[in-house]
Ligand binder design. Sequence first.
Ligand SMILES: Nc1ncnc2c1ncn2[C@@H]1O[C@H](COP(=O)(O)OP(=O)(O)OP(=O)(O)O)[C@@H](O)[C@H]1O
Ligand SMILES: [Zn+2]
Length: 600
Amino acid sequence: MNKFKNKKILIGIYSLILMSIVGYLFITNYVYKADNLELSYSTFLENLNNGKVEKVYLTDTPKLKGVMANGQIFYTDNPRLNNLKETLLVNNVVVDEVNEQISASNLLTFVLLIGAFVGIGYYLSKQGMRQTSKEYDKMSSIEFSTEKDSKVSFGSIAGNEEAKENMIELVDFLKQPEKYERYGARMPKGVILYGPPGTGKTLMAKALASEAGVDFIAVSGSDFVQVYAGLGAGRIRNLFKKAREKGKCVIFIDEIDAIGKKRDRGGLGGSDESDRTLNALLTEMSGFKGSEGIIIMAATNRLDILDEALLRPGRFDRQIEVGLPDLKARKDILSLYVKNRPMSPNLSIDSLAQQTVYFSGAKIENLINEAAIYAAKENAQYITEDHLDRAFYTVVAGEAKKDRSGIKKLDKRITAYHEAGHAAITKLLCPENKVTKVTIIPSTKGAGGFSMNIPPDRMYHTKVDMLNNIKVSLGGRVVEELVFGEDNITTGASNDIQKATEILTAMIKQFGMNEKAGMLNYDILQGHHSGVDGELRKLIMDEMKKLYDETKTLLEANINLVKEIAEELLIKETLNEEHINEIFDNYCKQEQKEKCSFCN
Ligand SMILES: Nc1ncnc2c1ncn2[C@@H]1O[C@H](COP(=O)(O)OP(=O)(O)OP(=O)(O)O)[C@@H](O)[C@H]1O
Ligand SMILES: [Zn+2]
């Protein structure tokens, strides 16, 4: 307000000065001159010869000024002759060579003009400087949205129970960080949420802030990627400064990979600038104490591409997976989004959940929304099956418009049987291993599903353990072959084959666990190029074939167990430890299998 007033006054002063100058020039040049005598050059010469001229101001200007003997001032054209001065002197005329332009009055004009220009120039440059410094400030001070009382709660997130449990723990910490400080408990400063796009990572961070009643500051990693040197780092510092001013808060950095990518150790194309930004982030993170009640959440679709420095203790040391929803979670998400919409009573959430395999939460939300738009366009009473069908095609458009259910169904079946193979053979061979989770929903770590298999904690690995582990890895492919035929095996087993090869090679080359290979370390024998020569490769191949065949025999004999697990997976998509144990127990009872080591 004050600045604005000053500016107005300044502009006023300058216009006044300019007006006076223009006025002055007008008066001196026109009004004043009008009273003076304007002589032609010949008349002037005539007067000169007649001794009527008393004084002439000799200048270089187009007009000469002079004074007649009677005191009358006159003007005449300036011939600019070299000998004019002599001619005048010869005629007894007083010659005044003081530059008439810089006479006292004109000097004033000149000074005023210069003054005005300098003033205006100064004003403008100051204005400009203020502008640039303002721009720099704006660039280094990062735009972020803060929300305090957003209505997002954990209730508005369906599925992802494990991630939510983790978050709930953090709520208490945010509410009373002093409590944890008192017990010397170190709470995480940084939490990374990772998983496929649209699975609710942002939602999760928002809910944490709103449930804890603290500010939510959201930025994106790409905001820190700058062409100007040092600006990214400056923005990081600015962000933390602002956060500290706020007190307790959740800082959410989406797309953390934009600044936190693995640094290029090779030196090729590694950018100093992104290093500097990442370093600034690490420094700021180590700079604040847990008792300040600030938690930094970051989201990425790929955990594996992040720099290890980010994941060290005291930084983003808690990593939480936010995965694609399984059947039950999809049901929950669907229920959440149909709640306040006029859905046709004929609609079945169950079947809709079945149809939305591999959909993220965002995609499900999008599906319902598109269907609602179709219904609204038609002024329909309800959102119907038909609207949803059309919405389906809108949402999955671009992703091969083939028969969605056909393709997905076969994919699902193969994945279910493959994973059931791993789970079944684990239970059959190493019942003390826990199979905590089997799912056909792809994780971020790889395509297809996965089974979590936790071996008991032991210091040494026995030979039989290692052989069993190889068989567990081969179990997926074995079942593909048994159920779908030799010609229909898939690429889904590539990780399994890698793992099996690693274990078997180590057994033979390093651990002396193969009779034919002997008690030798082949890495030492072969020197630095630790390859595998022809004979050794043949040995590994033969051993692998033997293990594969044994696995096949075992699974063939227990194919009903595989089928039961697979079919249950097709229905539920994810099975937990209890589920699997239940299926296995039932199977053992029914079949009274002797092969089943669990019962013996
Ligand atoms: N589990 C869920 N429960 C309810 N709604 C969800 C869920 N997951 C996603 N959504 C819906 O999808 C929208 C987008 O989710 P969000 O932005 O949190 O995903 P994201 O994982 O952060 O995605 P990105 O990786 O693309 O940033 C949410 O606003 C919400 O409407
Ligand atoms: Zn597998």
